[in-house]
Design a protein around this ligand. Structure first.
Ligand SMILES: Nc1nc2c(ncn2[C@@H]2O[C@H](COP(=O)(O)OP(=O)(O)OP(=O)(O)O)[C@@H](O)[C@H]2O)c(=O)[nH]1
Ligand SMILES: [Zn+2]
Length: 210
């Protein structure tokens, strides 16, 4: 990237509870958005649109901040607990951007795991923070889903993990096929929750109960 003539601005903040320094090239996004406005036949210099490229640049820096966060850091705090049964957090809000159209998809994630033999658990909020870090990237729902499951397996070494995500995709509602209200359900199951039908059925029934 030619940083000499690009006024790259350092935007910092927190995402998923992890400090993020993100050197986002806001000026480059602004220039691109101005081009888009011109291309669709708008006047980017009219009053209402004058600040739009800068606003969109800041919004994109926020929406894609997950690209600059190491998700494993979210799970850096773990606790020992004498709990060998399922832990399930339902209805975690998901807001992400589909990588095909850069339009939002939104819905909920349900994340469950059975702690490993060392009984290591994580704070419940960390599951929601993990969703946020992976969602704030250009995504497809399937990858978002499996990334969450795989990281939990790698970091917590649980007996099993189940992640179910249900989302509505704006690229299907607002454009293209224009089927508003359809929801896509994906799942990723790992370890005991994949291999043991009884454990999986118990987790699924709790997830589907809502
Ligand atoms: N598997 C998957 N597909 C997605 C996701 N988000 C959007 N899509 C789909 O990505 C596909 C891209 O297909 P293309 O044919 O390349 O693009 P398009 O011409 O804009 O497709 P249409 O949406 O059918 O008009 C579409 O079928 C979208 O519905 C996602 O999270 N997972
Ligand atoms: Zn899409």
């Amino acid at each position: 990237m030619e940083l000499d003539h690009v006024a790259a601005r350092l935007v910092s903040g927190k995402l998923g509870g992890v400090e993020v320094e993100r050197n986002v090239d806001l000026k480059r996004i602004e220039a691109a958005v101005r081009e888009i406005l011109l291309a669709v036949g708008e006047d980017p210099d009219r009053d209402g649109l004058r600040k739009t490229p800068a606003r969109v640049a800041r919004a994109y820096a926020e929406l894609f901040a997950g690209l600059r966060v190491d998700p494993a850091q979210v799970l850096s705090t773990t606790f020992e607990a004498d709990h060998e049964e399922l832990v399930l957090v339902r209805d975690i809000e998901v807001m992400s951007m589909c990588e095909h159209h850069l339009l939002p998809f939104h819905g909920v994630a349900h994340i469950g795991y059975i702690p490993g033999h060392d009984g290591r658990i994580t704070g419940l909020s960390k599951l929601a923070r993990l969703v946020e870090v992976y969602a704030r990237r250009p995504q497809v729902q399937e990858r978002l889903n499996s990334q969450i499951a795989d990281l939990l397996m790698a970091e917590l070494a649980p007996r099993g993990v189940i992640v179910v995500i249900e989302c509505e995709h704006m690229c299907m509602s607002m454009r293209g096929i224009q089927k508003g209200g359809s929801r896509t359900i994906t799942s990723a199951v790992r370890g005991l929750l994949r291999d043991d039908a009884k454990s999986r059925a118990e987790a699924m029934s709790l997830i589907l109960r809502g």
